[in-house]
Ligand binder design. Structure first.
Ligand SMILES: N[C@@H](CCC(=O)N[C@@H](CS)C(=O)NCC(=O)O)C(=O)O
Length: 209
């Protein structure tokens, strides 16, 4: 690892997920605040890094990584000594990838369907199927615990847990104990608490109410 990675971040956005990941790793990234309320994320220099004009973005060794799940996966591998990703020869690597990418591919669109009241006429043609199928798969992923891969916390929990937390916070999914106990376990982690405190300070620094 030569250069310091820069995490372009804004409080109260999905950037909070990657900020928490950074804290889990001992905060190796420099944080560059992007004020979404001033539309900094739509300025030409930022759009060169993230053509979607979305938060978060990571830049490392001159390469931009976008998409919160990709950033978490990238950081877990870049700082592999921190043990947040199973090693390449660990059989758990498959479950790790599956659950990490299940969050943006399936949990997030199911959450948005619930918000918008969208009922898919043909769930077979939707990548996430139906909300019921997604909830069933979440139940199965959480039934062993305490973390997705069992006893060991991983970057997959950061993405999966953050996405589930958003869905619960915004009332998309029922707050059943299987979900709330898992999310509470994650939010009680020292790194998640530190991230929360720092994000409150960032919002203050940006002059947000
Ligand atoms: N698929 C992206 C989604 C990122 C995203 O939607 N970020 C929101 C904040 S939560 C954003 O930047 N919205 C600003 C906009 O689209 O103008 C990811 O997972 O990183």
């Amino acid at each position: 690892m030569t250069k310091t990675p820069v995490l372009y971040h804004c409080p109260q956005t999905r950037g909070v997920t990657t900020h928490w990941m950074n804290e889990e790793l001992g905060a190796p990234c420099e944080i560059s605040l992007v004020d979404i309320k001033k539309a900094d994320h739509k300025k030409p220099d930022y759009l060169k890094l993230n053509p979607m004009g979305k938060i978060p973005t990571l830049v490392h060794e001159g390469v931009a990584v976008t998409e919160a799940a990709a950033i978490c996966a990238y950081l877990a591998d870049a700082f592999a000594d921190k043990g947040l990703a199973p090693s390449l020869d660990d059989p758990k690597r498959g479950a790790y990838y599956r659950l990490m990418f299940f969050a943006p591919s399936c949990i997030e669109p199911a959450m948005l369907d619930k918000f918008s009241g969208t009922v898919r006429e043909n769930p077979s043609s939707a990548g996430h199927g139906s909300v019921e199928d997604v909830l069933g798969a979440i139940d199965q992923a959480l039934e062993t615990g305490p973390y997705l891969l069992g006893e060991k916390f991983s970057a997959a929990d950061v993405i999966f847990g953050s996405t589930l937390n958003f869905a619960l916070m915004f009332g998309a999914f029922d707050k059943k104990p299987l979900y709330t106990e898992y999310v509470d376990r994650l939010l009680a982690r020292p790194a998640a608490k530190r991230s929360h405190e720092k994000n409150e300070a960032y919002a203050n620094d940006l002059g947000w109410e």
